[in-house]
Design a protein around this ligand. Structure first.
Ligand code: 5GP
Ligand code: ZN
Length: 110
């Protein structure tokens, strides 16, 4: 298994878990870009959103909502981002959704 995030899900590499269920694992980004920066990913390996199906996206959506609740982001809002491929600056090739919040974020997105 040479995927970093598969190894984190398997517990081979330590992470700070925020939420976990049967299908989804969420943990704190090691290099946070906001006061709250959590990565939400499917436990099943897939490289990016191009390989995801609707069921996976629904599971991720539930995970994102749980993370928002746990982290106290629901009232004031937050941003989700999923980088895909070279132009998207994806650095880890296991699908993940960034959940960013805890403060007013920058207006720009690109
Ligand atoms: P990407 O650039 O693929 O959208 O996002 C990958 C994210 O994974 C980056 O924000 C990076 O900080 C985070 N990351 C990379 N390696 C590790 C790690 O070993 N542990 C944790 N918690 N986050 C990581
Ligand atoms: Zn993986």
């Amino acid at each position: 298994m040479d995927c970093l995030f598969c190894r984190i899900i398997a517990g081979e590499i330590p992470s700070t878990k925020v939420y976990e269920d049967e299908n989804v694992y969420a943990f704190r980004d090691i290099n946070p870009q906001a006061p709250v920066h959590v990565l939400v990913l499917p436990k099943k390996h897939m490289a990016n959103i191009l390989e995801a199906d609707g069921a996976t996206m629904a599971q991720l959506t539930e995970g994102i909502k749980r993370v928002a609740d746990i982290e106290g982001l629901s009232k004031d809002g937050f941003r989700i981002v999923s980088n895909c491929g070279r132009n998207g600056c994806q650095s880890v090739e296991h699908l993940h959704i960034h959940v960013l919040g805890g403060a007013k974020l920058s207006e720009g997105m690109a």
